[in-house]
Design a protein around this ligand. Structure first.
Ligand code: GLP
Length: 242
């Protein structure tokens, strides 16, 4: 585990974008595992800026996203498909055919999860997986208690996650989907490199627990302690307890 200390959110975003950029330069046809949430938005913004300066080229890159709400069509502004297009894909030269997210409208969970695992396999696995972390230690939507050995699966979101995510649904909890399809911990652990971004005081406790506490399914992110190439980029506040 490598911990990179950043001064603030902007610095965290630039450092993370630098690592992604290095990956794309070293392997232009790499597979990037991407994440949603507020934390990586600055990272995407920085990558877009460098793309606009002609410093990075996404034309050969393939992406697989971590998760998607079950039941939300792509076109829904709160879907992760929309999030990724608004915050990243629409602003760079990525080939739309190379973009993969679970299909939230396929309500046959078993079929969709199997299909998504096949997609990840067919592109050769993930070179670099970008992650944020939930306040309860979830990664993707692998909530506390999730088995470490799972591939893509359907989850019931915890009350804490529903509350944390209602800010994206006009603050209305009843609009937040209660289930999601998520890559499993097994898939995340199989990524050749894992990069987590974390910022703010609110994440300091969970960072300490996840990376300096015991490895346990009760804190899903804790398994990353065992990953051979895990980089944590945090701002001063998020890393203040370690
Ligand atoms: C959601 C996403 C996670 C993300 C988490 C934290 O639950 N599924 O991938 O890490 O939110 O989001 P934020 O970065 O906004 O704190």
């Amino acid at each position: 585990m490598k911990i990179i200390r950043a001064k603030d959110y902007y610095d965290m975003s630039r450092k993370a974008a630098n690592i992604i950029s290095a990956q794309v330069i070293m392997k232009p046809n790499c597979v990037l595992g991407l994440a949603t949430g507020g934390t990586p938005v600055g990272t995407y913004k920085q990558l877009i800026e460098w793309y606009n300066k002609d410093d990075i080229d996404f034309s050969e890159v393939t992406t697989v996203n971590l998760d998607e709400y079950r039941g939300l069509p792509r076109e829904n502004p709160q879907s992760y498909w929309s999030f990724m297009h608004d915050n990243f894909f629409n602003h760079v030269n990525i080939n739309p055919e190379h973009i993969h997210l679970p299909d939230g409208t396929n309500l046959d969970a078993a079929a969709e999860c199997k299909h998504y695992d096949e997609v990840i396999q067919s592109v050769g696995g993930i070179d670099l997986q970008l992650l944020g972390i939930g306040h309860d230690g979830h990664i993707g939507f692998n909530e506390p208690g999730a088995a470490f050995e799972l591939g893509t699966h359907c989850v019931n979101l915890t009350q804490e996650t529903i509350e944390a995510n209602k800010r994206f649904f006009d603050g209305d909890e009843s609009l937040v989907p209660k289930q999601a399809y998520t890559m499993g911990i097994k898939t995340i652990m199989q990524a050749r490199k894992v990069l987590m971004v974390v910022n703010g005081k609110g994440k300091a406790e969970i960072v300490k627990k996840a990376f300096f506490g015991p490895v346990t399914p009760e804190v899903p992110a804790s398994i990353l302690q065992m990953h051979p190439d895990f980089i944590l980029v945090g701002d001063a506040e998020a890393l203040s307890l370690i």
